[in-house]
Design a protein around this ligand. Sequence first.
Ligand code: GTP
Length: 213
Amino acid sequence: MTNLTSVRVVVLGNKHVGKTALIVRFLTQRYIGEYRSNADWLYKHRVMCDDSLREVEILDISRWPDDCLPTDGIQWADACVVIYSICDRESFIRAHDYLNLIHRLKAPSYIPVVLLGNKRDLELGRQVSFEDGNEISIQYGCDFDEVSAADNYAEVNNAFSNLIRQVRTSQLQQCLPRQRKRSIIPVSKMLSAMFGKNTNKDTRKNKQPSCSL
Ligand SMILES: Nc1nc2c(ncn2[C@@H]2O[C@H](COP(=O)(O)OP(=O)(O)OP(=O)(O)O)[C@@H](O)[C@H]2O)c(=O)[nH]1
């Protein structure tokens, strides 16, 4: 059954692209420069989104993807954040691989995904253009933005909040009662029902349908 109280997000990306920095920034509004991480972390937190509290679980996958693809993390998640560093071309190629993996694992069902180019404050070291990021986001039909965990909270908050909002919308849609099947009836039958079966030619001439079809 759909869990209406919790939203599960998996964060994917190459080493050192700033996954932990972005998650911590979103959850605490703070930027903390250094983390020791050689294990996956699951953060459970309540966040304000659209004036109401949401329970969010964020899985930070820090293992080398070559060792073990994070298929279990992707299967578990309601939404994915894929991160690369704008100063690291290789991390961008890896982000492309992740988008592809998500697409293969989740298709044909829809899962909200956002692609984030982090470290936008390091413009001088840029190796990936905004257009490159935008292009693969269009290819995979996901949201895209460039952000800086170090410099800007609002954009990071926006990216995560939008994703949570999209998950909530699709969870709510799944909970709506299914629309009743529309029955198909021939037009002649419908006209008979509207104007009566035994109408002769003359009376029919005088009657005008009161609604247009
Ligand atoms: N200049 C700058 N540095 C950043 C930014 N985000 C993260 N960093 C730095 O990048 C390094 C890696 O950040 P982490 O958050 O540990 O990256 P990670 O992807 O979680 O790394 P792993 O856990 O090793 O996979 C740290 O030295 C951070 O201080 C940013 O927006 N700008």
